[in-house]
Design a protein around this ligand. Structure first.
Ligand code: 13P
Length: 248
């Protein structure tokens, strides 16, 4: 039985004060230990949030990393820097990074390898755009992203990943994939993993859904057999709505 995992991607939101308050509110009300919970604030608030949640089962996650150890890479943050501020996890390959910041399958792969080297759990995002879905290319696109992400990864390493299926057209649009639409792609990803590695590995990996997940639609999405949690944007910015998803 896969343990559910719900992550809040705060994106470019919250100042330190707001981040601390949000983390405190979540910590105060989180009692559903059957679900893993990850908070992913902006880099500038990681340490402050770490101070709030350290010693609790809540994980700290970053929203990106760079694969080099250190050096002349203005604006970048390394895996070692993330573990030093208390991170256990990191989002890699979010569609917003692919769309706006030149993230490619190759960079995603390098970031995954570096994250694993530092024992950070990568949350690897894949998903198609509206045009790709309408052209019936969803599976081709997701397979290409998965292949790129997993290139050169051993089964032992692949087993440490969390995958997030985030249809780009459902992100921040209020347009949510139907539970059936999401389930089809989640099943496709699991079958792909079974073929690439093994059935055991595929059955153990957690696949989150992301894209306008809210308290109102979480339960029916999470009732699907291959949906193991959520990667939540907008609805993770309020403790109440985030925890209602966790409890769904
Ligand atoms: P929304 O929940 O705001 O649609 O964002 C989803 C997302 O991109 C999480 O990473």
């Amino acid at each position: 039985m896969r343990k559910r995992i719900v992550a809040g991607n705060w994106k470019m939101n919250t100042n330190i004060e707001q981040a601390v308050r949000l983390a405190q509110d979540i910590k105060a009300q989180y009692d559903n230990l059957a679900v893993d919970v990850v908070l992913c604030p902006p880099f500038t608030n990681l340490y402050a949030v770490h101070r709030v949640i350290q010693g609790t089962p809540i994980w700290l996650g970053a929203q990106d990393l760079y694969w080099e150890e250190n050096g002349a890479y203005t604006g970048q943050v390394s895996a070692g820097m993330l573990t030093a501020v208390g991170c256990q996890s990191v989002i890699i390959g979010h569609s917003e990074r692919r769309q706006f910041f030149g993230e490619t399958d190759v960079s995603v792969n390098k970031k995954i390898k570096k994250a694993l080297e530092y024992k950070l759990t990568p949350i690897v995002c894949v998903g198609e755009t509206l045009e790709e879905r309408e052209a019936a290319e969803t599976e081709t696109v997701v397979e290409k992203q998965m292949k790129g992400a997993l290139s050169g990864l051993s089964a032992a390493d692949a087993a440490k990943l969390v995958i997030a299926y985030e249809p780009v057209w459902a992100i921040g649009t209020g347009k949510v994939a139907t539970p059936e639409q999401a389930q089809v792609v989640h099943r496709f990803i699991r079958t792909f993993l079974a073929e690439l590695y093994s059935r055991e590995l595929a059955d153990a990996i957690r696949i989150q859904y992301g894209g306008s997940m809210k308290p109102e639609n979480a339960a029916e999405l999470l009732a699907q057999p291959d949906i193991d949690g959520g990667l939540i944007g907008g609805a993770s910015l309020k403790a109440d709505s985030f925890l209602r998803i966790v409890n769904a």
